[in-house]
Design a binder for this molecule. Structure first.
Ligand SMILES: CC(C)(COP(=O)(O)OP(=O)(O)OC[C@H]1O[C@@H](n2cnc3c(N)ncnc32)[C@H](O)[C@@H]1OP(=O)(O)O)[C@@H](O)C(=O)NCCC(=O)NCCS
Length: 208
């Protein structure tokens, strides 16, 4: 299929549990998604694992990205998951629900118009700001500010994606909130130099 639709496209072998998939979204082949909101137009490449995450609109998530790798309890006598996956081992009739609730609360947030590079890992509870870029192979352990290019293990800012005034204008415009017809009508504007895009759209009274 070479055209997406208002209904999410879920590729071969992808499994999802408790997910909300927006319009024009694409879940790549062999993904595993659990407790995920995937905003409109966002997509994942092949072999991604995403847990306990809120992904905004127009996020570009490359192959083999992991978002929200969950923690084992390091303060218990054992790290092994039998202490919370009790049913699996026939140790109890119920699992340790409080532990699973705690894990679900560590929500990773991926902003609008982000690009997460190949094989990057975004740790639980971390926020990647709007317009930010995460380099291939990064391990993101702290929040990344909007319109920042970050990479490495642990990820550190490399440089701003745009000068501060341009980033601020793009955040004001928040073009990612435009509806499908508006995006279609303004498609050519996205190929303009960013300064011209801002001159055209960053002014009071601009129709959303
Ligand atoms: C992060 C990235 C966007 C940076 O691009 P850039 O802004 O053009 O940066 P540069 O290539 O000029 O590199 C700047 C510095 O960061 C380092 N760097 C670049 N990418 C890096 C990465 N992924 N991890 C660690 N360091 C990285 C470079 O070695 C360079 O260091 P130096 O100044 O000491 O020589 C790019 O390198 C990247 O990782 N892209 C992701 C590609 C990808 O995963 N595509 C998947 C298909 S969508």
């Amino acid at each position: 299929m070479n055209r997406l639709s208002v209904q999410a496209t879920v590729r071969e072998g992808a499994v999802q549990e408790n997910c909300t998939l927006g319009s024009w979204t694409e879940v790549g082949p062999w993904n595993m998604l659990e407790n995920v909101t995937l905003g409109d137009y966002s997509y994942t490449g092949p072999w991604c694992i995403v847990q306990n995450a809120e992904i905004a609109r127009f996020a570009n998530i490359a192959a083999a990205v992991r978002i929200g790798p969950t923690r084992h309890p390091m303060d218990r006598p054992t790290l092994h998951h039998f202490t919370y996956r009790r049913v699996l081992y026939g140790f109890a009739e119920t699992d340790d629900d409080a532990f699973f609730d705690w894990r679900r609360e560590q929500v990773a947030r991926i902003g609008n118009d982000t690009w997460i590079g190949h094989g990057a890992i975004i740790m639980p509870g971390v926020t990647v700001g709007d317009g930010a870029v995460i380099g291939a192979g990064a391990v993101v352990t702290r929040d990344i500010a909007p319109y920042t290019v970050a990479a490495g293990v642990p990820a550190r800012p490399l440089h701003p994606r745009f000068p501060a005034a341009i980033a601020a204008a793009l955040l004001r415009i928040a073009w990612w909130a435009w509806d499908h017809q508006t995006l279609r009508a303004r498609l050519e504007d996205f190929s303009l130099p960013v300064e011209e895009f801002i001159a055209r759209h960053d002014h009071p009274g601009d129709a959303p």
